[in-house]
Design a protein around this ligand. Structure first.
Ligand code: FMN
Length: 184
């Protein structure tokens, strides 16, 4: 499976880092928006180059010559984590002026998987309408919302749970069973 992971300037980068570590897709690529790089550094102390060991290659968000700007390049999924409401709004408006937004445009037109791990609260009507529009167009809206029914003991548990949810959204089996005894 080939995936492109886009990091934007919303909060939630510890989840993005954990997702990159946990996602078993063999062919992973990374792109960070300008504000994605800033908030990544602020929240984790890391830069895109520190994440390079978890991916095949890191692309610049300015690089519209990157292969993922074209539908000719096979891409099973684009996952934007965390996804800002700015990037959400741009994608919903059909704007593709960065590699992240252009790759999202391509996924939509080619009817391929697009996952938006949205992070903002509260959500304006504008953001909700944009999310609904994209959901109706086939995108999967997966807000970064922490589960508590898994009984996390630490913040690292919560971050891991949210990262696992994104791995599952890509079609990989769930990392944890829940109430499996009730199936018997
Ligand atoms: C520390 C920090 C935290 C932010 N958190 C959020 C957030 O959680 N959600 C959001 O939509 N925008 C957030 N923003 C604002 C975005 O970074 C800003 O709108 C930016 O233009 C997004 O651009 P991008 O989507 O191209 O990365 C945050 C900005 C900073 C500096």
């Amino acid at each position: 499976m080939r995936i492109l992971v886009g990091l934007t300037g919303a909060s939630g980068h510890p989840v993005a880092v954990e997702f990159l570590k946990r996602c078993p897709a063999p062919d992973k690529f990374l792109v960070c928006s300008k504000w994605g790089r800033t908030v990544l550094a602020d929240e984790t102390g890391l830069g895109p180059d520190d994440l390079a060991p978890h991916v095949r290659k890191v692309f610049s968000d300015d690089d519209l010559f990157a292969p993922f700007s074209s539908g000719l390049t096979p891409l099973d999924a684009l996952i934007i984590v965390p996804c800002s409401v700015t990037t959400l709004g741009k994608i919903a408006a059909g704007i593709g002026d960065t590699l992240i937004t252009r790759a999202a445009q391509v996924q939509l037109k080619e009817r391929r998987r697009l996952i938006l791990a949205l992070r903002e609260t509260p959500l304006s009507s504008i953001a909700l309408e944009a999310a609904l529009k994209l959901s109706r167009d086939g995108a999967m809206i997966v807000p970064l919302s922490p589960p508590f029914y898994t009984h996390p003991k630490t913040l690292a548990d919560t971050v891991g749970d949210m990262a696992d949810k994104l791995v599952q959204a890509l079609g990989f089996p769930a990392a944890k069973a829940w109430n499996a005894a009730a199936l018997e």
